[in-house]
Design a protein around this ligand. Structure first.
Ligand code: HEM
Length: 308
């Protein structure tokens, strides 16, 4: 993911350009919608090596966002019903296949996620049953798994900042000091490496994702052969079990009696190892989110963030 940071920066710059233009024109903007358009274009860059053009054209490309609101992500039948996104996924795979067969186009190909999937397909596709159809399904899932989740995380972060002025002030103070001391640049995007050196910013993002995890589902797993024991409970093989982040991440025995409050400082007080272990906003284990470095912390343009 970090290989693609420069492309996320392009999206961040475009996003901030429009925000500044709206601000100068005194226009009201639907920030939630814009965050989702930003997220879709980021996923386009990461997965398919190009933006869909949500932000360039300032519109809901092919009504993807409107369609997301009427389906339940991760429910296969509902996903299959979304013909236009399925067609987009198919087109992305077919276009890439054509480009790979064209020597002139091959030299411009970026090693994005789609390209890495083609590498898996070429090297061991038959062995692991990774067909072009499976690749299309992965692309289709990524359009949902990557965009909606990222947008929800950013919306949650802005919501909690806007409704907690004291936290907002503390976060701005950290940014002011980091600008003054040169930890972050006075213009241009903040890199991932720089962003993770901002403890309060990171704590704020984590706290927002704790209280409002993007995936409010149980992330099911099948009990393996031999069964499973959880405490006193024995669960036979083949059963489906799961945990919802929105339950675990409110647990008072882990996060304290104020677990329902938005308090980023909890992440900066003493040993947080146990709390960290109980954060499953990106899932856990072998099926953990492949985009988690994009979601945390998201890249932005420091100089302009400061002016907003
Ligand atoms: C803040 C942003 C994000 C959040 C909160 C998030 C959250 C999640 C969660 C909870 C899962 C299920 C993990 C599990 O079952 O253990 C998941 C899976 C996945 N995510 Fe993300 N995600 C985010 C961003 C992204 C991005 C940007 C991409 C792609 C570019 C992405 C691609 C995927 C894929 C492909 C899977 C399925 C992995 C598998 O089944 O092996 N996600 N994500």
């Amino acid at each position: 993911m970090l290989q693609s940071e420069q492309y996320i920066d392009l999206c961040s710059s475009l996003f901030m350009k429009w925000m500044m233009e709206y601000e100068e024109a005194g226009e009201t903007v639907d920030l939630g919608q814009w965050l989702q358009m930003y997220a879709f274009d980021v996923v386009g860059e990461l997965f398919f090596g190009r933006r869909f053009g949500f932000m360039e054209n300032r519109e809901d490309y092919n009504s993807y966002i409107a369609r997301l609101d009427i389906i339940v992500p991760f429910v296969a039948e509902a996903l299959q019903a979304n013909v236009s996104v399925a067609a987009a996924a198919r087109a992305c795979v077919e276009e890439r296949q054509a480009a790979m067969n064209d020597p002139a186009a091959t030299q411009h190909l970026r090693r994005d996620i789609l390209q890495q999937m083609f590498e898996i397909h070429d090297q061991k596709g038959t062995k692991v049953d990774f067909t072009p159809k499976a690749m299309m399904q992965e692309c289709y899932m990524a359009l949902f798994a990557g965009s909606d989740t990222t947008a929800i995380a950013m919306r949650a972060m802005f919501y909690y900042l806007m409704t907690n002025p004291a936290v907002y002030a503390e976060l701005m103070a950290e940014l002011d000091e980091s600008l003054a001391t040169g930890i972050i640049p006075t213009s241009g995007p903040i890199s991932y490496a720089q962003a993770i050196k901002l403890p309060y910013v990171c704590a704020t993002i984590k706290e927002a994702m704790r209280l409002h995890p993007s995936v409010g589902l149980t992330m099911p797993r099948h009990v393996p052969a031999g069964g499973l024991r959880i405490g006193d409970q024995v669960i036979p093989a083949g059963y489906r079990v799961g945990v919802n982040a929105a339950v675990v991440q409110y647990d008072q025995s882990v996060f304290g009696p104020d677990s329902y409050s938005f308090r980023p400082r909890r992440w900066l007080e003493g040993d947080t190892t146990h709390m960290d272990r109980c954060m499953i906003q990106f899932g856990a284990g072998t099926r953990t989110c492949i985009g988690k470095n994009v979601g945390f912390p998201f890249s932005t343009d420091s100089s302009k963030m400061h002016q907003c």
